[in-house]
Design a protein around this ligand. Structure first.
Ligand code: H79
Length: 423
């Protein structure tokens, strides 16, 4: 089986950004650092000296963190895999690392969170994956990025690569069972030979472990879109969009800009329709609490997925048909194996007849029904000779939207192959 098969089917992954930066939560000695909370060490004016930042270790004792509870929650919300920040740019390892002392075992908390999360994922059936910052490391004199504590002209990246990056990856790939994928980030100007060496190194321990596109030079097993970057068109190879649930990755005490459940569902449907995965972030605070308002959004998306998951999981990209819509109803997802097209009605037509007309589908359609209830929906096709248009009309239930977030209409296709019209 193709080693990316699980990834293609998963469609919805969670990423947890958690590290020492969760304690200051965006503010250092009363000064607000802009942008993502996980960048505070570098974004604080002038940079926080490593010796100062390190003192956060003494405060790291997240009483509310419970790996099993986290993962059970994520599973109930519909996530199929979890990516966890084993080491972010700040260089602090959230696991028991023999390769570098700067790790979670030397905090009052003193337990390995990669271990507990990996076990919980195994228990609850999520694929466990790791984020590892391979180039930036603000705690290592030879790592990239910290030029306020260390002289940039004296950096020997090869030394960092051989003495920290590779040994830590070896630990991560040998001590925690199966790793679904390694999520690298910001390769910047890392030379191609080293990227290649790193990819080979990962595969030498776990040949089936996927590597994301941010290894660089197209050496990954799937394409990583930009942070929060949704492509305009379908892409027919494996890909993923990393997305924040508010505006930060690592916890920020002042960030309440949560996406609504409707926004997340729209992203899920749009991304699945284009053949990709949504990797959605949540950043727990320094006590290990996942922000309640964010959890609430995830829960509501999860409830929608329980009823409509068939329209998301294990779907295929919708063939590029330049359908023209007489209403801006939403988008499609599609399953080849199930021979179904799913119409995601994100904006319910508010005037009777509650009808949607889609142009460009040539395949013959059979029955159509609401995915949540099975209730049949009237739908018919016409070919308008004068305009050379294949039209599909769907008549929705009268009144308000059956699902205020996204009413899904499943449309059965009679032909094995879906065919669309060039417009
Ligand atoms: O882990 C999350 C980010 O911390 C990481 N990728 C996601 C998944 C990331 N690292 N770098 N970047 C994203 C892009 C960096 C943008 C920058 Fe900036 C612009 C760095 C300096 C200027 C944003 C603004 C960060 C600091 C200021």
């Amino acid at each position: 089986m193709d080693k990316a098969a699980w990834f293609l089917q998963a469609k919805y992954g969670a990423i947890i950004h958690w590290g020492l930066y969760a304690i200051p939560g965006g503010y250092w000695q009363g000064v607000r650092a802009p942008h993502g909370g996980e960048w505070i060490m570098k974004n604080h004016p002038g940079g926080i000296p490593l010796e100062e930042y390190k003192k956060l270790m003494e405060q790291f004792d997240p009483k509310a963190f419970d790996a099993e509870e986290y993962v059970r929650f994520l599973r109930d919300c519909g996530f199929r895999y979890l990516v966890y920040t084993a080491k972010h740019h700040d260089g602090f390892a959230m696991y028991d690392s023999a390769a570098c002392d700067y790790n979670i075992m030397h905090t009052p908390y003193g337990k390995d969170t990669v271990l507990s999360l990996s076990r919980a994922c195994e228990k609850y059936g999520l694929t466990f994956c790791l984020y590892y910052s391979q180039l930036q490391d603000w705690a290592d004199p030879n790592g990239f990025g910290n030029d306020w504590d260390f002289d940039a002209s004296k950096k020997d990246f090869r030394q960092y690569f051989d003495e920290k990056c590779k040994p830590q990856l070896k630990e991560l790939l040998t001590n925690y069972g199966r790793i679904g994928l390694v999520w690298f980030d910001t390769p910047y100007e890392m030379p191609e030979e080293m990227c290649r060496e790193l990819a080979d190194y990962v595969r030498s321990f776990q040949p089936d472990c996927l590597i994301n596109g941010r290894i660089g030079y197209g050496l990954g097993d799937y394409r990583q879109m930009g942070d929060r970057g949704v492509p305009l068109k379908a892409y027919h190879k494996p890909w993923e969009v990393p997305m924040t649930l508010n505006d930060t990755w690592g916890y920020r005490s002042d960030d309440e800009r949560w996406k609504s459940p409707a926004q997340v569902i729209r992203l899920l449907a749009e991304i699945a329709g284009k053949g990709g995965n949504l990797l959605l972030n949540i950043g727990p605070d320094g006590e290990g609490n996942m922000p309640a308002a964010g959890c609430d959004v995830l829960k509501q998306v999860g409830q929608w997925l329980k009823k409509n998951g068939e329209s998301i999981y294990a779907t295929d990209p919708v063939p590029d048909f330049p359908y023209r819509l007489d209403t801006d109803f939403g988008c499609f997802t599609y399953s080849k194996a199930r021979r179904r097209l799913y119409m995601h009605i994100l904006r319910y037509p508010d005037v009777p007849p509650h009808q949607i007309c889609v142009v460009g589908l040539k395949s013959r359609v059979g029955r159509a029904y609401l995915l949540e209830t099975g209730e049949e929906v009237m739908c018919w096709q016409t070919y308008e000779t004068a305009r050379d248009e294949h039209r599909l009309r769907v008549r929705l239930p009268y009144g308000k939207a059956p699902d205020a977030l996204d009413t899904v209409v499943a449309i059965e296709l009679l032909d094995e192959k879906i065919e669309t019209q060039e417009l």
